[in-house]
Design a protein around this ligand. Structure first.
Ligand SMILES: Cc1ncc(C[n+]2csc(CCOP(=O)(O)OP(=O)(O)O)c2C)c(N)n1
Ligand SMILES: [Mg+2]
Length: 610
């Protein structure tokens, strides 16, 4: 078949499928894009003239945002389906770098198709070309290499024949997935080639579920049998592999308490007696207390980041050991753990079978459930807000959760990820969607689009701070253009209050975080008018009563709805663990010196796990 490179690419993408547990999904559900001279003649033409392929095109406002939308969609689809993102050369391509990093760090698939400079080099330099002084081949797209799990520059048409199947393999492999980049020179996209027809036959990429090796399983069983105080850390791997039921069966029979990471929240329903809530820096009192004395941590599908381990200060039992169930060998080997390289659901199922009648001591289980009850009472208290009329962020979260118990909470950065992790209550992992691998301000609204594209039934609730809203809000327009409905809760607290709080803990006065003018006077922004100008239906609230009324008004309504909630920045939700953020070692300021002393005291709890 004689087709251009872009036409062949589009044709190929339209017939790729994933399959897992007998279910099939389109691997590439459609294409997001912004055109320029780099991709209009090639991909633009191919997408326009091949609309029979069921590869719908969505035109965005910002390339970074379109990558966020793709990975949010992929996250909600348990990584079985994603979108391709096409950009022009130069700034359009480099705008995707942040999204690519978020994809790769969170292990979420996305196919990036940045245009690239002419392969024939006639026009050198074409508009937006880098012209690296030493490296004639270098392109700004090379910035995507380090944040991609697979990268190829297609400089001849026939390279697609080998590069595309590899790209699909990486996208659909649960251990390798992340950003996959095919850089497409402007001229090559338009070049014709005689393609073998078999290249365009539908392909199914089976998403693997590798079971653990018998020796790895046996080692885990022995360690669990030998433990008196085991604790499970449920990460995103539980969610993506659909292992909640296997986890529930295992822990109910064995009496092993469960704690959750940002990506793993909802692995068990929030009110399950053995779900002790989140762990680590943003953890619950219950989970952190148990973690401190645990003699075995069974980490399932987690990257064990600093927020989970409280920068390696959380686990204080000198005997503590780790068993790490993970598809990624690098994760399975962290914390000097016993590695079980396997799919979470398969590993939990086989562990359950192999453990016979084993269960934890009754006193331990009772202690765990007692801590759980005390923690839920504390959450109830925090969710109440405080006396008087003003709103707190905790109260906003609670009121939204009460009106939308089945809603999907989206967030990524600021003080909200920690508050949501502690306070949002969900029955299942899909009710919670916080990107905390890269914690990207600006993920929130694009993610609302992505989750809505994946989910028809549940309310999608985008929580966004005023700082993050100012950084990226323009995809509200895209949502309107394609009739995508969601609710935005814009929490206004005069700027970057999470970082302001951090600054305070480092011994510094406010500097560079609050929204102020050059003279230091508060700068007000009419967020409601702004969101209205972009086409949203807007409500503005200052009190719990007003918020409740607005939530009732937006419930059941369609379209983009924005509630601007003004909260008291001084009312913060407490934290219960250390996070390693270093303090200046020398300073003229006594507050900084005091903070340094506190820091040096805190890091005495840091431990090596070898
Ligand atoms: C793209 C990006 N830039 C900077 C940061 C560092 N950062 C984390 S939170 C934050 C402030 C967020 O402000 P806002 O959204 O208003 O939330 P608040 O802190 O007030 O809760 C900043 C600057 C980040 N996470 N992402
Ligand atoms: Mg803020």
């Amino acid at each position: 078949m004689r087709l251009t490179v872009a036409q062949a690419l589009v044709r190929f993408l339209a017939v790729q499928w994933t399959e897992r547990d007998g279910q099939r999904f389109r691997l590439i559900r459609g294409v997001f894009g912004i055109f320029g001279h780099g991709n209009l003649p090639g991909l633009g033409e191919a997408l326009l003239n091949h609309r029979e392929l069921d590869l719908p095109f969505y035109r965005f406002q910002n390339e970074q945002a379109m990558v966020h939308t793709a990975i949010a969609y992929a996250k909600h689809m348990d990584r079985l389906s994603t979108f391709a993102c096409t950009s022009s050369i130069g700034p359009g391509a480099t705008n995707m770098v942040t999204g690519a990093a978020a994809a790769t760090i969170n292990r979420l698939p996305v196919l990036l198709l940045p245009a690239d400079y002419f392969a024939n080099r006639f026009p050198d330099p074409v508009l937006q070309q880098l012209e690296h002084p030493l490296d004639f081949d270098a392109s700004v797209n090379d910035t995507l290499r380090i944040v991609s799990r697979f990268f190829a520059r297609i400089t001849r048409p026939e390279q697609l024949l080998s590069a595309l199947p590899q790209a699909m393999r990486v996208l659909s492999d649960p251990a390798e997935t992340g950003a996959v980049t095919l850089a497409l020179p402007e001229d090559v996209q338009t070049e014709a080639y005689d393609w073998p027809e078999a290249f365009f036959a539908p392909r199914v990429w089976r998403v693997r579920r590798p079971p653990p090796e018998p020796e790895a399983l046996e080692g885990a069983v022995q360690r669990i049998r030998g433990a008196q105080k085991p604790l499970i850390v449920a990460g995103g791997g539980v969610r993506y592999s659909g292992a909640s039921e296997a986890l529930r069966q295992l822990v109910e029979k064995r009496g092993i308490p469960v704690t959750e990471t940002q990506a793993g929240k909802g692995s068990l329903p929030w009110d399950h007696p053995l779900n002790l809530g989140p762990l680590g820096v943003n953890g619950s009192l219950a989970a952190n207390r148990l973690a401190e004395g645990a003699d075995l941590i069974i980490a399932v599908g987690t990257r064990l980041t600093d927020f989970v381990t409280a920068s390696k200060t959380l686990f204080q039992n000198p005997q503590v050991r780790f068993v790490n169930i993970n598809l990624v060998p690098g994760d399975a080997h962290k914390m000097g753990g016993w590695p079980v390289v396997a799919d979470a659901r398969e590993a939990l199922r086989l562990l359950h079978e192999a453990l016979g009648e084993h269960a934890t001591p009754l006193v331990y289980r009772q202690e765990a459930m007692e801590l759980k009850r005390a923690w839920e009472a504390e959450v109830d208290r925090l969710r109440q807000g405080r006396e008087g009329n003003g709103l707190t962020q905790a109260e906003v979260i609670a009121l939204v959760n009460d009106v939308f118990p089945d809603g999907i909470a989206i967030n990524a950065a600021g003080s909200m990820p920690g508050d949501l992790l502690k306070l949002w209550r969900t029955q299942d992992p899909k009710g919670y969607h916080v990107e905390y691998g890269y914690s990207t301000m600006g993920y929130e609204i694009p993610a609302g689009l992505g989750v809505r594209l994946a989910e028809e039934a549940r309310e999608v609730v985008v929580f966004i701070g005023d700082g993050s809203y100012l950084m990226m809000n323009s995809e509200l327009v895209t949502a309107r253009a394609y009739g995508l409905s969601f609710l935005v809760i814009l929490v206004e607290n005069r700027g970057f209050q999470s970082i302001r709080g951090l600054q305070h803990s480092l011994g510094s006065p406010e500097f560079g975080n609050e929204l102020k003018d050059g003279q230091g006077n508060p700068l007000t922004v009419d967020f409601a008018a702004h969101a209205r100008a972009l086409g949203a239906k807007v409500y503005e609230v200052h009190t719990p009563l007003e918020l409740r009324k607005a939530l009732e008004a937006v419930r059941g309504d369609q379209g983009v709805r924005v509630i601007v909630a003004h909260v008291d920045p001084e009312q913060r939700t407490p934290g219960y663990a250390f996070w390693d953020v270093p303090v200046a070692e020398v300073s003229d300021h006594p507050e900084v010196r005091a903070a340094r002393e506190r820091y040096e005291e805190a890091i005495k709890r840091r431990r090596w796990f070898l």
